[in-house]
Design a protein around this ligand. Structure first.
Ligand code: APR
Length: 320
């Protein structure tokens, strides 16, 4: 049986971490593509040289030519620019939208059968544009956000409850930004919902509200600490979890930015919702019942994503 091929578009902080994780897990052979000459080749060589120590058999290659991603089974996209001080969201959107166009064309030509996971920000608008530029079926193109946001929420809850992170399950839906919606009611410790834990005196509503806000600001907290870049370990791990569910047909139920075609009353847009990821890509959108503030928070988040999509349409008239 042929080995899987994992193509990573963007060989920066997240791209390098993705390559390391994919090799350590022997998910397949890895191609790192970047526009900067030498960068992906250097990272691939460095990672290949850790193979004999770790004992992994993945072959790693760096590339500046899209032809090298030919036949990839999974493509993970981190190409683009992270936000820097003084840049507006629109500045970032305009630059990364152009990047998505060239990436989409490369995928269309060389990896039209791949499962594509986008990480580039602003996530929901970029994955929506990438799907159109690539022309791939919408169920084969998704965005990584909910797994990361949920993982941040779980980390903080495990700390608050003083329990193992293994027993915490959380859900964060909506757009990947300030308006994301951490769902307290659907978050549990070994099946016990967080509202019940509050009643049991394990925490207070105020403390959980602070954790919800810290989750929303999770990316900014790390940017504030690092100063020169944004988070990369947890974003990479989260995308690898999604890729594994596809390659191994695990049918994990994972929140991710998925294309909506009537689900949640929305059409022709990407936003974070619970999905089933298996060999068919995004095999199912799970429609959970949102109530009260959950629903209004989700609607608010959807409006924010639509605003970014409109900004994209104003920049590139081919988007619809
Ligand atoms: N094609 C391919 N690669 C590109 C292109 C392009 N058109 N434009 C930029 N790149 C590459 C850069 O050369 C760089 O190596 O994308 C890489 C991005 O890496 P970093 O700057 O280290 O950014 P990273 O932290 O990996 O984040 C990437 O993910 O979380 C988001 O907001 C983040 O949009 C950003 C993306």
């Amino acid at each position: 049986m042929a080995r899987n091929k994992i193509a990573l578009i963007g060989g920066g902080q997240i791209g390098g971490t993705l390559a390391h994780l994919a090799a350590l897990k022997e998910m397949g052979d890895v191609v790192i593509f970047d526009i900067v000459e030498g960068l992906p080749q250097g990272k691939a060589l460095d990672l290949a040289q850790s193979g004999p120590v770790e004992g992994y058999n993945s072959r790693l290659k760096g590339a500046n030519d899209y032809a090298d991603i030919e036949g990839a089974d999974v493509v993970i996209v981190t190409a683009g620019v992270p936000r820097k001080p003084g840049m507006s969201r629109d500045d970032l959107l305009g630059i990364n939208l152009k990047v998505m166009k060239s990436v989409g064309e490369g995928i269309k030509k060389y990896a039209p059968n791949a499962f594509v996971i986008c990480i580039t920000n602003p996530l929901d608008a970029m994955v929506w544009a990438l799907q159109q530029f690539s022309g791939l079926p919408a169920n084969m193109v998704c965005g990584m956000a909910g797994v990361l946001d949920s993982s941040r929420f779980s980390t903080f809850l495990a700390e608050e409850f003083n329990v193992s992170v293994e027993d915490v399950t959380t859900f964060v839906l909506g757009g990947h930004g300030d308006t994301m919606v951490p769902l307290v009611r659907y978050s549990t410790v070994a099946g016990i919902p967080v509202p019940d834990l509050i009643k049991m005196g394990w925490s207070t509503e105020e403390k959980i509200a602070e954790i919800v806000q810290r989750t929303r600001d999770g990316g900014a907290e790390i940017v504030g600490l690092l100063k020169t870049g944004s988070a990369f370990y947890a974003p990479a791990t989260s995308a690898i979890e999604m890729a594994e569910s596809y390659l191994k047909d695990k049918k994990r139920l994972l929140p991710c930015a998925a294309y909506l075609n009537g689900e949640y009353g929305l059409d022709n847009m990407y936003v974070g919702v619970p999905t089933i990821i298996g060999a068919g890509g995004i095999e199912k959108i799970v429609e959970i019942d949102l109530q009260g503030e959950e629903k209004s928070g989700f609607d608010h988040s959807v409006d924010a994503v639509k605003g970014l999509m409109d900004a994209c349409k104003n920049i590139d008239g081919s988007l619809a």
